[in-house]
Write a protein that binds this ligand. Structure first.
Ligand code: ADP
Ligand code: MG
Length: 394
């Protein structure tokens, strides 16, 4: 068990909290503040308990000087001030005398946000390469380190692993919730347990699939992943996306777990990977020449419903269609509706999956939508994530 923020006496202490405040920003305007909201509980706890709160986060990627302009964390400080109803002081540097003086002048219950940790990536990649001196410097600014950034837990960076090495450390409430929710899927999921996988690229997901198929009672497949299995079964998917290199693997899985794998029966398609063109519906055995399947059809969703209606646990990764095309959102949206109406514990993981569920309006309908895209998948694979490993045990 990892230490959490509640294991420390944080009063009067300078508490560095590594959050994932990596939100989409366009021209200084925050497009979606979900990640900021998810970070609030740990921040509020630290403020309520009279700590001096120093927030660190990355934003986007910094490869050039221009990247700094578009990945300035200032708008996040402003939004945080609104949400906390308290001034969040923004320090426009990642190291130096202004930062050090500001911290020295903090009183209990004060909060600052430091500029984007990845400013340290230009020109010499110090944050992302977990530069020893940088981690040590940031650690020197505080007394306790709390890692609440699940989204970067699969990376070994100076602002997570680097700092943890030099300070007493624990996880925040969001990280704790992620570990609890995702960990349960691997350790003791209530049965029946159904996994759903979609998305485009099968190759990237093979290890996740290996794990899920071993743990779950059934695995329902959609998207490009399903197409690869259909090809393996000898079905002509015509122009649909599939992964030639993974066909053999799909064959192997189907022979090993014949009764666990559930494949589509029908779908909607188009002649191009585009929205707004003519939509073709067909049985999966009868796809028209030149058509690529971009969504699942009603027969498939009825079939999926039979597996989902009485199950106790669901893990879903990967949209089952190209949900951001209006013409092809049907499958993913209908799946959300089915899941909303079950009593199952439903956990969604993966960057595009989480975005799909939130954009389609189902943010509050499920047990947990993971804030970690790649991190949640690496966790499900069973990998030990460096951002978590580096935190002190109880
Ligand atoms: P996640 O980020 O949640 O792990 P992925 O990145 O694996 O999910 O998958 C999302 C992508 O899969 C989206 O770009 C979506 O358009 C694509 N996709 C879903 N269904 C299909 C399909 N039938 N054909 C091609 N692409 C698809
Ligand atoms: Mg993705």
């Amino acid at each position: 068990m990892k230490k959490t923020i509640t294991d420390f006496d944080i009063k009067d202490k300078k508490v560095i909290i590594r959050c994932d405040l990596n939100v989409p920003i366009e021209n200084g305007v925050i497009l979606d503040d979900n990640r900021i909201n998810e970070s609030l509980s740990t921040i509020k706890y630290a403020l309520d308990n009279n700590a001096k709160v120093i927030l660190l986060s990355h934003l986007g990627r910094i490869k050039t000087e221009e990247d700094k302009l578009i990945n300035d964390l200032k708008p996040v400080a402003d939004r945080l001030s609104e949400l906390l109803n308290q001034k969040v002081m923004f320090v426009n540097e990642t190291r130096g005398t202004v930062l050090e003086k500001t911290i020295n002048n903090m009183k209990n219950g004060d909060i600052i946000l430091v500029q984007n940790t990845r400013y340290e990536d230009f020109p010499d990649n110090k944050e992302s390469s977990n530069d020893e001196e940088l981690g040590k410097y940031w650690a020197s600014l505080g007394d306790i380190f709390i890692n609440d950034a699940f989204g970067t837990a699969h990376r070994s960076h100076a602002s997570n692993v680097g700092i943890a090495k030099h300070l007493p450390s624990g996880v925040g409430f969001l990280m704790e919730k992620e570990l609890d929710m995702l960990g349960n899927l691997l350790d003791s999921p209530k049965k029946p347990y159904v996994a759903i996988m979609g998305g485009a690229k099968m190759k990237d997901k093979i290890k996740v699939m290996d794990k899920l198929i071993e743990k779950a009672d059934y695995i329902l497949l959609g998207g490009g992943i399903a197409n690869t299995f259909l090809v393996a079964k000898g079905i002509d998917v015509k122009s649909s996306v599939y992964d030639e290199e993974s066909v053999e693997y799909a064959l192997m899985l189907m022979s090993k777990y014949k009764d666990k794998i559930v494949l589509p029966l029908d779908g909607y398609g188009s002649t191009e990977y585009k929205d707004g063109l003519e939509v073709y519906y067909s049985d999966i055995n009868d796809i028209k020449d030149g058509v690529m399947v971009l969504d699942l059809g009603p027969k498939t969703l009825e079939l999926f419903k039979k597996y989902l209606i009485n199950c106790k646990t669901v893990f879903w990764n990967g949209p089952i269609g190209v949900n951001y095309f209006k013409n092809f959102e049907y499958g993913t949206k209908t799946l959300c509706e089915i899941l909303k109406n079950t009593n199952a514990k439903v956990v969604v993981g993966g960057g595009d999956s989480a975005a799909a569920v939130i954009n389609l309006g189902y943010k509050d309908s499920f047990t947990h939508i993971s804030t970690g895209g790649g991190a949640s998948l690496e966790f499900i694979e069973g990998k030990e994530l460096p951002g978590i490993k580096s935190i002190d045990n109880k």
